[in-house]
Design a protein around this ligand. Structure first.
Ligand SMILES: [Zn+2]
Length: 359
């Protein structure tokens, strides 16, 4: 494939003053210089393999389940099969694939291509996933953590693609962020940048899964918030409509029930939701004051619950920001919806290609 006359601005290689028009123009050019990419999205309990293009079209996708007892050898065998199926379903083949992108939960090291300690596979330590996938397909392979890959997906394929100063916040079971500043993905000294969920909002706050106290994630992470609600409902014998939604079993209360009870005006749920959004506003406000971004996109919970998150967030956040900074920043739910996971893996591949100059 010949190189296009104009390249997209690269989030990893662009200089301090990239020209947004160049990105817009080359985005159109990209339609004529079609590149096939293979994406591997490693999640908590599933891995998705997809084939797509550099303009964000997903042509085919296959899923495999993962269990904590999977050996890496078994996993790689099933992954190869899923990739092959996705390739044949897409009507293409591995020869026409330019690069492979892997999006995976941290901790990982994108420079060495190693999954350090995957949270859902306790038996895996320092897995050289990039080398393993390279052995399967003999193609360039690029690894990125899921929050960074999601930010890159929004950068390349989202409604606000090409925004030079932006952050994507996962706002899901946990809270992570991918940050792009002056058109560059911020990875940090040892790829630990963007851990917004573990910046401290109150040193006397609740214990976080990371072992510290008062982290943002301890207040807004879906898993921790839901666990705390279950515990309070059980131990304090609280009357709440969440119990009816969970058929009387506090252990079955989930985040969607929490949101539903809040919508229904349940007093306990409303107070807990308000506390969650207050801390979300504080954390996002801190990010705005530090980064001065043009765009902050919020993931899963904001996508699912919409105005139940966005309206109170926008009211509360003024307390934690200067108006000059806040007024320059659009805050919105993620624009890619259910396509995000696949596109995140494809974005990791595309960014790798741009960085290597092969696109
Ligand atoms: Zn923490």
């Amino acid at each position: 494939m010949t190189s296009p006359p104009l390249r997209r601005q690269s989030p990893l290689t662009s200089n301090s003053s990239p020209d947004p028009f160049l990105f817009e123009f080359s985005h159109e050019i990209g339609h004529f210089y079609l590149m096939h990419l293979l994406g591997i999205d490693i999640g908590g309990t599933k891995t998705a393999a997809c084939v797509g293009t550099n303009d964000g079209e997903v042509l085919a996708s296959q899923r495999i389940s993962m269990s904590a007892s999977d050996s890496i050898e078994d996993y790689c065998g099933r992954l190869e099969e899923a990739c092959s199926l996705a390739l044949s379903e897409s009507g293409t083949n591995i020869e026409s694939v330019q690069a492979i992108g892997i999006s995976a939960p941290g901790p990982l090291d994108p420079r060495t291509g190693i999954l350090i300690s995957p949270p859902n596979n306790p038996g895996w330590h320092n897995v050289p996933i990039v080398t393993l996938v390279q052995k399967l397909f003999d193609k360039p392979v690029y690894l990125e953590n899921d929050a960074n890959a999601a930010a890159l997906a929004e950068y390349w394929f989202g409604d606000y693609h090409g925004t030079q100063n932006m952050a994507y916040l996962t706002f899901s079971t946990g809270m992570g962020a991918g940050i792009i500043a002056n058109g560059r993905l911020i990875q940090g000294a040892n790829a630990m940048a963007g851990e917004i969920g573990h910046h401290t909002l109150d040193p006397n706050g609740p214990k976080c899964a990371c072992g510290r106290f008062g982290c943002m994630e301890a207040y807004v992470g879906g898993r921790t918030v839901t666990e705390r609600i279950r515990e309070r409902v059980t131990t304090a014998n609280i009357s709440t409509s969440m119990l009816e939604l969970a058929a009387g079993d506090p252990a079955k209360i989930d985040h969607r029930m929490f949101a539903q009870a809040t919508r229904d005006g349940d007093a306990f749920a409303v107070a807990a939701w308000d506390e969650m959004i207050e801390h979300l506003a504080m954390g996002v406000g801190n990010l705005i004051m530090i980064l001065n971004p043009e765009l902050i996109l919020l993931g899963t919970i904001a996508v699912h619950e919409g105005d139940l998150v966005m309206k109170p967030l926008m009211e509360k956040i003024r307390k934690y920001t200067w108006s000059w900074s806040l007024d320059a920043c659009r805050i919105a739910p993620s624009t890619l919806g259910p396509r995000l996971a696949n596109l995140a893996a494809l974005a990791a591949a595309l960014t790798g290609c741009v960085q290597e100059g092969s696109f």
